[in-house]
Design a protein around this ligand. Structure first.
Ligand code: UD1
Length: 388
């Protein structure tokens, strides 16, 4: 679908792209809001297949009640170049065949940038949900994906007000940007009551549910900067083992992390510690684990936001965050890889001095509805008109 055809006649489908785990909880409320919009906004769901394990993909589709994808490109794993190139190669004929009114991409994974790039070159309008977040750290692959996706997006939806400043600072016209709020929090709020208890999750994996009978912490680590180098990963695992003497931990382990622990021979560091190591968890399990936790230790972007919305203290094992509102208003504290800072922060939380925070503006369960209303009006107005 070329730009000149977007302004008249029945709306052609919005091609909605998901690829990796953190995309799924963002897309689910958007598809629901499209269906509930009057008139409904037609959508075509495409899974690039970047994440393919049942624990990383199928289980989340089921938990989030996402419809089966209309298309699965099956790209799988590879280097950044290979993965990005495979998505680009495979999405192009799908765009030719389905002639969408626009493509809608979420977040900052390789699939996000790959599809945006193809659409832009084919003159298909690009809509980016979760635009304008910046860590300022170009060594993070996600930061490159964010900057480039935003640069070629036609309509940009932001989750926090500081994102607009980032975009305008990069020369993106403010008229393209709409502050809609946080769709991931839409998912969180609508699934919180159905979340699985931490004890049930442990029991299901044959672990001792008593571990989470009192206070416990939740751990996730998967950033290459934390887990791809043995000299970085080993001290992190050692400090977790040490902390578990004061607070039992549940570690939901990403396949990359599990593989590296094995490859580097670091498994012994957690042996004997009060750490329940679980495979990647479903959505309802993860929400339940976080909701009951005393603290979450993570390097995930999404968990920083979810813990802020749940009011659970979060310690982020990174040097920077693209989500500063979680630190300024929420429950997040940046501890980097500084072992003493991690120990001290956990001590503060156990002493009842954890951050309480407040829920940021528009993290209210209605972000996807705002996106649907705005996008419908934008497409009907002829998307190119907004490209001033
Ligand atoms: C990707 C995203 C990251 C996001 C994370 C959530 C990019 C650049 N990164 O990182 O922003 O936070 O997803 O999980 O897009 N693997 C499996 N099964 C799978 C998928 C991956 O075993 O279903 C293993 C493979 O060994 C693969 C590795 O995990 O090589 C990394 O997967 P990849 O999709 O390249 O990046 P993530 O680290 O998952």
């Amino acid at each position: 679908m070329t730009r000149e055809a977007t302004g008249s006649g029945p709306l052609r489908p919005v091609m909605c792209i998901v690829g990796a785990r953190p995309n799924f909880m963002k897309m689910a409320p958007i598809l629901r809001a499209f269906a509930a919009h009057q008139p409904p906004i037609p959508a075509l769901l495409v899974h690039t297949g970047q994440h393919y394990d049942s624990s990383m993909s199928d289980k989340l589709f089921a938990d989030l009640q996402l419809p089966r994808p209309d298309l699965n490109l099956g790209v799988g794993s590879g280097s950044h170049a290979v993965q990005t190139a495979e998505v680009m190669k495979r999405i192009e004929p799908a765009m030719d065949e389905h002639r969408p009114s626009c493509v809608l991409v979420v977040g900052d994974v390789n699939s996000t940038l790959a599809v945006a790039l193809v659409a832009c070159k084919k003159d298909v309008p690009v809509v980016h949900v979760e635009a304008g977040l910046r860590s300022g750290d170009r060594r993070m692959p996600e930061e490159v994906n964010r900057v480039l996706t935003d640069r070629i997006s036609d309509r940009l939806y932001t989750t926090e007000r500081s994102a607009l400043d980032n975009l305008v600072g990069e020369g993106i016209a403010a008229g393209r940007v709409c502050f809609a709020g946080n769709v991931m929090i839409d998912s969180l709020l609508s699934h919180r009551s159905a979340a699985r208890s931490a004890a049930a999750t442990l029991a299901e994996h044959g672990q001792d549910a008593a571990l989470v009978a009192g206070a416990y912490g939740v751990v996730t680590l998967h950033r290459p900067s934390n887990v791809d180098d043995a000299d970085t990963l080993a001290p992190l695992l050692a400090v977790l083992a040490e902390l578990s003497a004061r607070l039992p931990l549940v570690f939901a382990m990403h396949p990359r992390t599990r593989a590296n622990i094995e490859r580097f021979g670091l498994g012994h560091l957690l042996a004997g510690a009060r750490v329940a190591v679980l495979p990647p968890q479903g959505y309802l399990e993860m929400v339940g684990l976080m909701d009951g936790a005393t603290v979450v230790l993570t390097d995930s972007g999404g968990l920083q936001e979810e813990t802020t919305a749940l009011g659970v203290p979060c310690l982020t094992l990174r040097e920077n965050t693209e989500r500063p509102i979680t630190v300024e208003q929420g429950t997040n504290t940046m501890v980097g890889r500084d072992l003493d800072a991690i120990r001290a922060a956990v001590g503060d939380i156990l002493a009842g001095r954890g951050k309480r925070g407040r829920v940021p503006e528009f993290w209210d369960g209605h972000a996807a509805g705002r996106i649907a209303a705005d996008l419908h009006a934008w497409l009907n107005a002829g998307a190119p008109a907004a490209l001033a």
